[in-house]
Design a binder for this molecule. Structure first.
Ligand SMILES: Nc1nc2c(ncn2[C@@H]2O[C@H](COP(=O)(O)OP(=O)(O)O)[C@@H](O)[C@H]2O)c(=O)[nH]1
Ligand SMILES: [Mg+2]
Length: 321
């Protein structure tokens, strides 16, 4: 564990891969590891990329990564996509000359297994983002499938969320119905090289005006991209930077951070208490007699719950000295 942390903080990519595995597999030292890394976090800019399967999320992430590397940023890529098992192929592109980012020491790619519980995956993803952040990556791109199909609500994990749409007929309307318009901070109309891009643009812009009409707020821009050629990718990054600047200058970033911490700490504390309570109530936990009294209506469950909570609180106090 000490070794791992030392190598990790020294910038060893194998240590990063091992740390992520430890988090993913709920290693017994997971908590200790996250505790050690926490003070090194808080510097990465996390961008969620979501949209329907086949919209070009992976390719767009590949193109954006190349752009970011040219700008001198290091990049982490996390793919959470149950619809297409991740081989790296989609992000790297098919052509041999595009395999560059696979060998680039400034890029770290990881796909997350989507087995396990829904909440557990979101929780794991958040912890893994912390690990990548603690490693010192400048930008972290997270790919997930669109709202409604996704197990992970990426907009709750990212600073900025890109929704990827395509020129398919009626996509704008469909997107509006699915609730995806609400989560986007920046919209990419990908496959802009295909026919119908201009019509789709008008349709989506119309939908965006309806969803985001508040004064003084952020109006999500729509950027035309073609991940295959890299067209529009620089403009997409500029739009993201504008959104990040908006979050910082309006104090929304600080607010967002605090709100997330509130929720995270409530979750952590809640899970801890729940575990202790379950232990107390398990067979052999010493409460058999009390449970029988509740079953016999001599005691009500509310009173027993309070008693269990008091017991647990006392034990925590003793444990923490
Ligand atoms: N014509 C065109 N095809 C694209 C573009 N971006 C992605 N594709 C294709 O769309 C398909 C799905 O891309 P992928 O990145 O795997 O989509 P994902 O499921 O959203 O991650 C692939 O066959 C890509 O080659 C684009 O800008 N133009
Ligand atoms: Mg993909």
């Amino acid at each position: 564990m000490e070794d791992l942390v030392r190598c990790f903080l020294g910038g060893d990519r194998r240590a990063l891969a091992r740390a992520i595995s430890a988090v993913e597999n709920d290693h017994p030292h997971k908590r200790q590891l996250l505790q050690r890394l926490y003070r090194h976090t808080g510097r990465s800019y996390v961008v969620g990329v979501t949209g329907s399967p086949g919209a070009g999320k992976s390719m767009l992430i590949g193109a954006l990564t190349r752009h970011l590397r040219r700008e001198g940023f290091t990049v982490g890529i996390v793919a959470v996509d149950p619809t297409s098992p991740f081989s790296g192929g989609a992000i790297l592109g098919d052509r041999v000359r595009m395999q560059d980012i696979a060998r680039d020491a400034g890029v770290f790619m990881r796909s997350l297994a989507t087995r396990g519980s829904l909440g557990g995956l979101t929780r794991n993803t958040r912890d893994i983002l912390d690990v990548l952040d603690g490693f010192g990556l400048d930008v972290i791109l997270v790919e997930t499938v669109g709202v409604g199909q996704s197990e992970v609500d990426v907009s709750s994990l990212a600073h900025s969320t890109v929704v990827v749409l395509t020129p398919g007929a009626g996509d704008g309307l469909q997107a509006m119905k699915s609730g995806i318009m609400e989560v986007g901070d920046v919209f990419a109309l990908n496959k802009a090289d295909l026919a119908g891009a201009d019509a789709a643009r008008l349709e989506i812009e119309g939908a965006l005006r309806i969803v985001h009409d508040g004064p003084g707020g952020w109006r999500p821009p729509l950027v035309k991209t073609a991940a295959v050629t890299g067209e529009g990718v620089a403009a997409l990054w500029e739009a993201l930077v504008r959104h990040r600047d908006f979050l910082v200058s309006t104090g929304k970033l600080a607010g967002l951070r605090k709100e997330r911490l509130r929720r995270d700490i409530a979750t952590l504390a809640g899970e801890h208490v729940r575990g202790l309570v379950m232990e107390k109530l398990a067979a052999g936990g010493g409460l058999e007699g009390e449970l029988v009294r509740v079953a016999d209506r001599e005691l009500d469950p509310y009173t027993l719950a309070e008693e269990v909570l008091t017991d647990v609180a006392r034990e925590v106090l003793v444990q923490n000295g």
